[in-house]
Design a protein around this ligand. Structure first.
Ligand SMILES: [Zn+2]
Length: 384
């Protein structure tokens, strides 16, 4: 299975029909919350996805406009809501809340849609022109259409039939230290400066947000100003995504790297630090790890997560001695015990790889060693 994201270019009538789908799905979602709340108060029982789905024909008779949209999309809404309730009852998520208009509009459907030249055929909607990268070969299994900042996107799940190669026991592990100044430093000495897309766009964002604040509530200009803010947010998020895709691709495609070790981050906890919060959010570490994980899996390579409380910065990667406190400004240091000179981040990355090697030997056997200790190439990558 492979995900494939395309931008859709619907004509006017198609856009109206897509908007109808968003509206109907949101309406059904909110209606089902209302109905299940009433049922819960009356009987103390929750509703399953099938219970909700069984109510759809009745609702369609009462509200005929619901029949204009793909019925499968409405059924999926029911199952998604039942899942959300399930997670709530398991205390894994908050209570599902009502969806507001324009908030994360989306709808999904399974099967019976296909690509035809430069168009994507969706059920109940004529073929829509799209643009995207190289399309994976295979049948469409599921798609989700989203509207973000006024533009339409479809993420399509394609069954490629390709089985990823079996995981190979690695002989070398590349340690990766994630940071704020350099977003990635590897045990092989690669330093990637953080691109800081959000920080660079902050001024422009402030101007647009101020313009939005000046608009009268409910006015047409306010809607336009809100779209301008949303578009800039979307641009920043696209830039970050593109950067992380390219970086993880570069790391995974390098045949020297047989396995990757990363710190197990609790980014959410760290975001509590207000001074660093926006810088940390701007780095997109979680996205980096997600991309690295799936790209490595497709290539038959391991990603090993190292416990986040492990003192990767303070330990000397040559002799293993743990030193006292180290300040953020201290970029280079010399080990008092063995005399090795360390670059702060690269030393941390090497320690992460060493720790992962120990974890790995414990879990799976083998004798994996960090890349830096086997080979010692130093490369620096300039960021565009
Ligand atoms: Zn030492």
């Amino acid at each position: 299975m492979k995900g494939y994201l395309v931008k859709l270019y619907p004509n006017k009538s198609q856009a109206i029909l897509l908007d109808k789908h968003f509206g109907a799905c949101r309406w059904v979602y909110n209606k089902m919350i209302e109905i299940s709340q009433k049922k819960y108060h009356r009987t103390g029982k929750s509703m399953s996805g099938y219970d909700m789905q069984a109510m759809l024909p009745k609702l369609k008779k009462q509200y005929p406009w619901l029949a204009e949209v793909n019925s499968q999309s409405l059924q999926i809404v029911c199952h998604n809501l039942a899942d959300a309730y399930g997670r709530f009852f398991k205390k894994q998520a908050a209570y599902p809340c009502f969806k507001k208009k324009d908030s994360h509009d989306s709808f999904a459907a399974i099967n019976r849609s296909y690509f035809c030249g430069n168009k994507l055929k969706l059920q109940k909607i004529s073929a829509i022109r799209f643009r995207g990268g190289d399309r994976p070969e295979g049948a469409v299994k599921k798609f989700t259409v989203k509207k973000i900042a006024g533009s339409y996107y479809a993420s399509v799940l394609i069954d490629t039939g390709i089985v990823p190669p079996a995981l190979q026991p690695p002989e070398r592990i590349l340690g990766i230290d994630l940071g704020v100044k350099d977003v990635v430093v590897t045990s092989a000495g690669l330093h990637v400066p953080a691109p800081k897309y959000f920080i660079f766009s902050q001024k422009a964002l402030k101007i647009r947000q101020r313009a939005l604040a000046r608009c009268r509530k409910g006015s047409k200009n306010r809607a336009k100003a809100r779209l301008r803010v949303a578009k800039l947010h979307q641009k920043i998020s696209n830039q970050r995504k593109d950067f992380n895709h390219k970086l993880t691709h570069q790391l995974v495609a390098n045949s020297e790297n047989q396995a990757f070790a990363v710190e197990n981050l609790a980014v959410k906890n760290m975001l509590g630090n207000h001074k660093l919060a926006k810088h940390i959010a701007d780095c997109g570490w979680n996205q980096f790890i997600t991309f690295l994980n799936y790209k490595a899996r497709d290539a038959g390579k391991h990603v090993i997560e190292v416990d986040r409380w492990f003192p990767s910065t303070k330990t000397c990667s040559a002799c293993g001695i743990v030193r006292g406190k180290i300040s953020l400004s201290e970029r280079q240091w010399k080990c008092g015990s063995c005399g090795s000179e360390h670059d702060r981040d690269r030393n941390a990355a090497t320690n992460i790889a060493l720790e992962a090697g120990r974890d790995f030997a414990f879990d799976c056997g083998g004798n994996a060693r960090p890349v830096a200790i086997l080979a010692n190439p130093v490369e620096t990558r300039k960021c565009a």
